[in-house]
Structures are given as structure tokens and as C-alpha cells.
Design a protein around this ligand. Structure first.
Ligand SMILES: Nc1ncnc2c1ncn2[C@@H]1O[C@H](COP(=O)(O)OP(=O)(O)OP(=O)(O)O)[C@@H](O)[C@H]1O
Ligand SMILES: N[C@@H](CCO)C(=O)O
Length: 284
């Protein structure tokens, strides 16, 4: 699900023969690659390659609002932004679905890139390198309350704690709830979210590397959240609400503080917008 939290990318073409430059401000500043190894630049280069066109010397300025390694899809946003910018510079030879395929190839899976490219809440399934994706409606007035811990959890570490095998009972538990989640959203039945966001396949295992998460979940529910869960593979926790968002945010923050977990809260909304061009200017 795309949220109204953004990375802003400004791309300028440099005179022929110049060295490309990448500047990172905000999230990942002083940490992310400041050269052509930067994932956003690499996504742009990937698209130029697909278009059989040499990439011109570029200056990238990345103003990042999406925190890294919190399960908030920072790398997916970086890739989607780079692809959309490169496509715009080439006068849009590729469709949004083409961009999604490229993004999934670069990211290695389509999960986060589908929402980053298309916006909204997306179903996405990849089979034999083909992507099947569909938009799901979101109930009106739905808000997302995030508790974003200071501490990061790398996706590889969060995957290492998952079991290699699961019981049929747990598979049925999650499959039925995944289906109910679609009905809750598409069918505008937010009261289903409480049950639909329950899980037995990853959160109980991931709790071993982030024990306070259960307490923060309980605080969100007690404050009136419709549902609460780990965002991606964590460490961010996301609660869905239609009212009392500020109370839910306060209670999540307070529960985390009492457990000694530093972090911040953000109240935001889903957005139907994916990565998009904000403005284009030319010196010609
Ligand atoms: N905004 C960004 N700009 C450039 N590179 C990025 C950006 N965000 C992430 N990356 C690159 O992608 C790598 C993997 O991202 P990472 O798993 O840390 O974050 P994430 O995408 O937020 O995680 P998740 O997929 O769980 O939401 C980072 O080590 C970094 O190299
Ligand atoms: N949804 C994935 C993380 C995707 O970034 C997971 O739970 O491992």
C-alpha cells in the first residue's frame, strides 16, 4: 500500500563529458552511495539500457523522506523514482507496467515496487517472470499510524528467523485472513480489519528479534486501531484507523517508550499516487 510519505528526486542533465553526481539529503544522508552505485542512479541506468540509449551525464539530488530498513519500502521507492525520472527524460517510451517489471527485476521481488510504481493498494503475484497485479479499493477516511523505531531490522535478518516449514493449520489461518483483508478493503468493511490483519506466519517469529512489538500492537488496539501489524518485515509498526489517529499514535509511542524503544510516530494516509513527475523544466 502506497503511503503519503515521499522521496523527492531532482534530476538535471550535465554538459557532455561531465562526471555524474548523486547527492543524498534526509534519510540515508552520509550513508547511501553518493555516486553511480546509488540505487536510484542504477535504476535510471537500467532503463536507459532497456531503451538502448546511452545514459547522459546526470546530476541527481535525492531528498529522502522514507526511512531505510524499517519495512517501509525505501529501496522500492528509490527504484520507482529513478525509473520514472529516466522514462520522463526519454519522453516516456515505457508504460507503467513496463516500469513495474523493471522495478521487480532490480528489487528481486515485486512486493513493494507495485505500490511504489502504481500507487494505491495493490495485489501482486509473480509467476514465471510474469507479473499479475490489480488495484484494491481502500475504505474512505482510512489513516495509517506508523511507529518508526530508531533501530533498523534488515530484511535478510527478519527472514532468517522464519521457519522453513509451516503447519497446514497456520497456512489456512493466514490464507483465509488474506482473503478477508481484500474483502475488508475492497468491500469497505473496515470492521473486518481486526481479524484480517492477524498473522501466524511471520510476526510470531519476528517478535523474537523485536520483543516489544506485541506491547505496541496491544496499545494501538486498545486505543481504537482497526488493525495493527508489522510494516513489511519491520521494524516499523503500522496501525490502521478511521478515527482517533492521534490517540493511537500517542499510545503506540508511549508503549514503546515504556519498553525502552526509541522511535517516532507518523500519521499519514494511503495515496493513489505512485512515483510521478512533479515538474519538468528546460533550459532550451
Ligand atoms: N532512498 C534510497 N536511495 C538509494 N538507495 C537506497 C534507498 N533506500 C534503500 N536503498 C538501497 O537499498 C538497500 C536495501 O534497502 P533496505 O532493505 O535497507 O531498505 P528498505 O527498502 O526500506 O527495506 P524494506 O524492503 O524491508 O522496506 C540499501 O542498503 C540501500 O543500498
Ligand atoms: N514482505 C517482505 C518484506 C518486503 O520488503 C517480508 O515480510 O519479508
Amino acid at each position: 500500500m502506497a503511503l503519503d510519505i515521499w522521496n523527492r528526486l531532482t534530476v538535471s542533465t550535465l554538459p557532455a563529458g561531465s562526471t555524474p553526481t548523486v547527492q543524498v539529503n534526509g534519510e540515508g544522508e552520509g550513508e547511501l552511495a553518493g555516486d553511480t552505485d546509488n540505487l536510484t542512479y542504477r535504476a535510471m541506468a537500467f532503463l536507459y539500457d532497456e531503451a538502448d540509449t546511452p545514459i547522459p551525464p546526470l546530476e541527481l539530488v535525492c531528498q529522502n523522506g522514507i526511512p531505510l530498513s524499517r519495512g517501509m519500502g525505501s529501496s522500492a521507492a528509490a527504484i520507482a523514482g529513478g525509473l520514472v525520472a529516466a522514462n520522463a527524460l526519454l519522453d516516456e517510451p515505457f508504460s507503467a507496467n513496463d516500469l513495474l517489471e523493471m522495478a521487480a527485476t532490480i528489487e528481486g521481488h515485486p512486493d513493494n515496487v507495485a505500490a511504489a510504481v502504481h500507487g494505491g493498494l495493490r495485489l501482486v503475484v509473480m509467476e514465471d517472470n510474469q507479473i499479475y497485479t490489480a488495484p484494491i479499493r481502500i475504505p474512505a477516511e482510512l489513516q495509517a499510524v506508523l511507529f518508526i523505531p530508531e533501530n533498523r531490522i534488515a530484511t535478510v535478518d527478519a527472514r532468517r528467523v522464519l521457519p522453513a516449514e509451516i503447519s497446514v493449520a497456520d497456512a489456512v489461518y493466514n490464507m483465509s485472513r488474506a482473503a478477508l483483508l481484500v474483502a475488508a478493503m475492497e468491500g469497505n468493511r473496515p470492521e473486518y480489519l481486526k481479524i484480517a490483519t492477524q498473522d501466524r506466519l511471520h510476526q510470531p517469529y519476528r517478535e523474537t528479534i523485536f520483543p516489544p512489538m506485541k506491547v505496541i500492537f496491544a496499545a494501538a488496539r486498545d486505543a481504537g486501531a482497526l488493525g495493527v501489524f508489522l510494516s513489511g518485515s519491520g521494524s516499523a509498526i503500522m496501525a490502521l484507523t478511521q478515527e482517533r489517529a492521534m490517540t493511537v499514535a500517542y499510545e503506540m509511542f508511549d508503549a514503546a517508550r515504556l519498553c525502552g524503544v526509541e522511535g517516532r510516530v507518523e500519521v499519514t494516509t494511503p495515496t493513489e499516487l505512485g512515483a510521478h513527475v512533479v515538474s519538468v523544466s528546460s533550459n532550451d
